[in-house]
Write a protein that binds this ligand. Structure first.
Ligand code: SF4
Length: 475
């Protein structure tokens, strides 16, 4: 999808996505590789199942004692020299971050990839404040040049083919690579970004884990850009969701093993860094000031609204890579910051159900997402919960409500139901040609894109009763 304005409705975005052959190719390439690598990593890990159960238990324990671990983290982070800020909303988190940047006299900031930053709208807030932002993650750099939004939580530029990236770099880089060779494209981005790392007054990162017993912040990357973002500038700001807490470094390492294998199929990320306070006397480098902005933005509300399990999420992206819907429509069609199954649960929680009621419906409930989730989040159950709530709040279209009311009326009256089902089958068969239904009144939404086989001449119950009678069984 280009930098053009995206269609407003979910259905229109889906229609645009499925009509884009380059998008299909880009998604298939990356998610196919990711699935293969994850499967190999899991197969070679004999105690994956017990590690997964342990990961789930660690997250559940912290969520059950969130107040305790938040207080412990704050105390230890302050003791290490960090300043800790609390933000209830996305707006508060942006205001705090912009205020720190202004106090530091920042005209330019570097930013390491952070989905929380996207969630709270930090790029927009920095732009509004007149502060130049340099995205340092390679994929985020691509997205920034293209003026687009991330389409995947691990590979934000997944929707672009290598050839499209090469084209973009040729148009926007000062010293661009000529071909579409990956190494040459990376070198081109490195040349472009290098000066920015040293010119920024503030570096902003997210956090993969907040370590309660030391007050440290853990970041993981494969490019080393988080280290270059957070070390040279005078000020380092961490923006992190409160669900990133873990009791200790050992717990973080347990979860990290699950995260990395599920995300990329590797055993460990290239760079795993623990940031603990500002530079100390004698340190050759590091920030002079270290700020941590702890963001709620609906997380405590999720606890109260039956979405507690969603707070286990490690943002590994495995559920996206294995989701048939995501692999068909890509990330932008979901409309929010978080796409795929986890996004279909999170977006209504963060941005409201009324504006996002389509998302929990865009799911086959085949359960693949739960199966691959490294912390066993019951995503299908949570999606069904949203569907249920959508129904109870009257958000479903009137035609659907009326149809289901009619169906319920019949189902509660078995004779009437049998009569109606028999009639419906015969009616539908009238539109069959050579055993297939290709067009039918009131079913254009289905038959426009697919044919379906004509139903048998008799309903299941009719067939069942016939065969029972033939065997001489009593009804
Ligand atoms: S829901 Fe599970 S699989 Fe999906 S991103 Fe979160 S941790 Fe990964």
């Amino acid at each position: 999808m280009s930098a053009m304005a995206e269609p407003a409705s979910f259905r229109a975005r889906v229609a645009a996505a499925v009509a884009d052959p380059r998008l299909a190719e880009a998604i298939a390439r990356t998610t196919g590789t990711a699935r293969r690598k994850r499967a190999a990593a899991v197969a070679s890990w004999a105690d994956f199942a017990s590690a997964r159960a342990l990961g789930r238990d660690i997250k559940d324990h912290v969520i059950a004692h969130l107040g305790h671990y938040l207080a412990l983290f704050e105390r230890n982070a302050r003791a290490s020299g960090a300043e800790v800020h609390w933000a209830r909303t996305a707006q508060e988190a942006c205001d705090i971050t912009v205020r720190i940047c202004r106090a530091a006299g920042a005209r330019r900031v570097t930013r390491a990839k952070s989905m929380l930053g996207e969630e709270i709208g930090l790029p927009h807030a920095l732009r509004e404040a007149g502060i130049e932002r340099i995205e340092t993650d390679l994929a985020e750099h691509i997205i920034q040049l293209a003026g687009e939004r991330p389409s995947h939580i691990v590979w934000p530029a997944l929707h672009k083919t290598r050839e499209q990236v090469a084209e973009l770099f040729r148009a926007r880089h000062h010293d661009a690579a000529r071909g579409a060779d990956v190494a040459a494209l990376v070198a081109s981005a490195r040349r472009e970004l290098r000066a920015g790392f040293f010119a920024a007054e503030v570096g902003i990162s997210g956090a993969n884990f907040l370590i309660a017993d030391s007050g440290a912040v853990c970041t993981v990357t494969n490019e080393g850009n988080a280290e270059l973002t957070t070390t040279p500038p005078r000020v380092h700001i961490v923006t992190a969701g409160i669900e990133k807490l873990v009791p200790s470094t050992a717990h973080a390492m347990t979860l990290l093993r699950l995260l990395v294998r599920s995300a990329t199929g590797a055993e460990v990320t290239q760079y795993t860094t623990f940031h603990c306070g500002p530079k100390r006397a004698g340190d050759p480098d590091g920030p002079e000031a270290f700020h941590i902005v702890l963001v709620d933005n609906g997380r405590t509300r999720m606890l109260a609204e039956g979405l507690r399990e969603m707070l286990r999420c490690l943002r590994c992206g495995a559920c996206l890579n294995h989701c048939v819907v995501f692999r068909t429509i890509g990330g932008h069609a979901y409309g929010g910051t978080y796409p795929g199954p986890m996004g279909a649960v999170l977006t209504p929680a963060l941005d409201g159900l009324a504006a996002n009621r389509d998302l929990p419906q865009a799911c086959t409930l085949n359960g693949q997402c739960q199966e691959v989730c490294p912390v066993a989040i019951p995503l299908p159950k949570l999606l069904r919960g949203w569907r249920d709530r959508s129904w109870r709040e009257g958000l479903e279209p009137a035609t659907l409500r009326r149809s289901l009311a009619l169906w319920r009326f019949c189902v509660l009256r078995p004779r009437l139901y049998r009569l109606a089902a028999g009639g419906a089958v015969r009616l539908v068969r009238m539109f069959a040609r050579n055993g297939w239904i290709r067009r039918m009144p009131f079913a254009g939404g289905w038959t426009r894109d697919r044919d379906f086989p004509a139903p048998p001449a008799r309903t299941f119950l009719e067939q069942y009763h016939r065969s029972s009678s033939a065997r001489g069984e009593r009804r």
